[in-house]
Write a protein that binds this ligand. Structure first.
Ligand code: HEC
Length: 232
């Protein structure tokens, strides 16, 4: 059962990767990002991320991360790497400081891309994707968990993943509150590379998914599997 869950999640990751690669060989038209549910940022370009939790609250922030994940995967991952972990083709964007200094540099590149000796190394996205998508992607990037702190808890998360996958098949013995509490504790110790206060780690996602229902255990186990495989 566990092996099957694990495989299907890996297959989902593999699909994303191959879709990304196919796209890399095709044209490089930016893929529009649906930003419904985010406050509009307006026409004037900002120099600081407006979607941080201290400005918009946890719910909008979480929505920005989710929308940003999809926008990132469609437009940026083929060069900057899945989960923003660079494979060496382009800089590792997780390291940009989650404050105005890092934001200014981020938004400059996002809007105008980068051209060297007449060759476009990075396309421009500003006009095509717009500002709301820009900052949603920024929010996703800055909340990536640090590999090293994920590594420290990987063993425990694997064990929890197996246990939670089991509850996905039969939730009778599950203690949702205890699981949520432990996952939240682990999540609180996982840092970001950018200095952003909360890392959108697999532990964080799983803790938020668990609500006592059987379906939620299945999805939480998947979130853990994907997070654990991306970390390597
Ligand atoms: C075709 C490949 C490609 C794509 C697609 C791409 N980038 Fe880039 N990006 C690059 C390269 C190459 C650089 C390095 C440019 C330089 O030397 O400053 C870069 C630089 C950056 C930087 C500056 C990083 C730093 O540390 O200096 C940011 C921020 C950035 N990209 C964000 C994005 C975002 C966000 C997306 C998607 C919306 C994206 N990029 C899509 C290739 C790409």
């Amino acid at each position: 059962m566990t092996a099957i869950t694990y495989k299907s999640a890996l297959a989902a990751v593999a699909l994303t990767v191959s879709a990304t690669l196919v796209y890399a060989h095709g044209d490089v038209t930016p893929q529009a990002v649906d930003t419904a549910g985010l406050p509009e940022t307006g026409d004037e370009w900002l120099s600081e991320n407006p979607y941080r939790a201290d400005a918009v609250g946890d719910e909008v922030w979480a929505r920005a991360v989710e929308i940003g994940a999809s926008g990132y995967n469609q437009n940026c991952a083929r060069c900057h790497g899945l989960e923003a972990i660079s494979g060496g083709l382009a800089p590792d964007v997780r390291f940009l400081e989650a404050e105005e200094y890092g934001d200014e540099w981020y938004i400059e590149r996002f809007r105008f891309g980068y051209t060297q000796n007449g060759t476009t190394k990075m396309p421009e996205f500003g006009e095509l994707l717009g500002q709301d998508a820009a900052w949603a992607i920024r929010t996703y990037i800055e909340t990536r968990p640090d590999d090293a702190s994920m590594e420290e808890v990987a063993e425990e998360l694997k064990a929890l993943r197996d246990q939670i996958a089991g509850y996905g098949a039969d939730p009778a013995a599950a203690d949702a509150d205890a699981l949520k509490a432990r996952l939240s504790e682990i999540a609180a110790n996982i840092e970001t590379v950018s200095g952003a206060p909360v890392a959108d780690s697999a532990a964080f996602r799983a803790a938020n998914l668990i609500d006592g229902t059987q379906d939620a255990y299945v999805r939480a186990a998947e979130a853990l599997t994907i997070g654990l495989s991306a970390a390597h």
